[in-house]
Design a protein around this ligand. Structure first.
Ligand code: PAF
Length: 279
């Protein structure tokens, strides 16, 4: 398994490759959700890079940044079970941003003014900086993102247009535990009691999907709010039904089907997000 700390060493190692280059950007803390993206990318490309970089400028909270799991040996070993031909790019900050970070500012119009964009100031701008760096450095043909971070996926699609690049942004389904909880590196911060509560989020989304066929938006909102009010460890940060492309919240008179429901719930100290297509 080759782990590259430097972009120039990695570019040198792949300079003669033929066929499609696939990229799976990660911050490490590799779990089955990432592995499913990596498996798919490995099948669909002749050469593949997994980047592992805890991007400091996408964190709005120093504690979150400090708590983020960092274990390159474990991550590399999980990736090598898929194939030891996969190239891991695990740079230090200087290889990505130079000696001093000077974040670029983007305009994503309304896409970053809703949901996570309100709760986590500058988060998407930070994500866009690292993604632009990876896109421009490696110029991949296919890049893989999970649907769990659906707003991020739409931001990356918009970035691809802003940069006038024509990379294929591949949307992959959310991977869940047996109890329905969407896999996330944040899940490991849940206490065992919180772990037993967290599957409520997906259960609620499944009920929203059923209600979407017969109930109004207002009735659905009331049901979701009252459900989480009953669980004292939970704080419902937002629940919204929005257009899947623009992420704009629907009006009470709009048809619900064809849109997407988004939710963020704080359980104890851990924020969890999830979403579901309402078809
Ligand atoms: O989703 C993530 O893990 C990160 O936001 C990403 C896309 C790797 C950028 O740092």
């Amino acid at each position: 398994m080759e782990i590259f700390k430097s972009k120039s060493d990695l570019l040198n190692a792949i300079k003669n490759h033929k066929g499609a280059l696939g990229l799976v950007p990660t911050m490490g803390g590799i779990h089955e959700g990432h592995l499913s993206l990596i498996r798919r990318a490995f099948k669909e490309n002749s050469i593949m890079i997994v980047s592992i970089f805890v991007n400091p400028i996408q964190f709005d909270n120093a504690i979150d940044l400090k708590k983020y799991p960092r274990n390159l040996t474990r991550d590399a070993s999980l990736i090598s079970e898929i194939s030891d031909k996969i190239k891991i790019y695990a740079p230090n900050q200087e290889d990505v941003y130079g000696k001093k970070i000077k974040p670029k500012k983007y305009s994503f119009k309304k896409l970053d003014k809703v949901m996570e964009g309100i709760k986590r100031e500058n988060h998407f701008n930070g994500v866009a900086n690292i993604i632009e760096f990876l896109f421009k450095t490696f110029n991949p043909e296919n890049v893989y993102f999970g649907e769990k971070d659906y707003q991020q996926l739409q931001i990356v699609r918009s970035l691809n247009k802003i940069l006038r690049m024509s990379i294929n942004i591949i949307q992959c389904p959310t991977i869940r535990s047996k109890n329905g909880l969407a896999l996330s590196s944040r899940n490991q911060n849940l206490t065992s009691n919180e772990q037993s509560i967290a599957p409520e989020i997906y259960k609620c989304l499944l009920d929203v999907k059923k209600m979407a066929k017969v109930n109004s938006y207002e009735e659905i909102q009331n049901e979701v709010s009252s459900r989480f009010l009953k669980i004292k460890q939970c704080n419902l940060e937002y629940f919204t039904i929005s257009n899947p492309k623009t992420l704009e919240e629907i009006n009470s008179t709009d048809s619900i089907l064809g849109n997407r429901a988004f939710i963020a719930v704080k359980i104890g100290d851990t924020r969890l997000i999830d979403n579901i297509e309402l078809s």
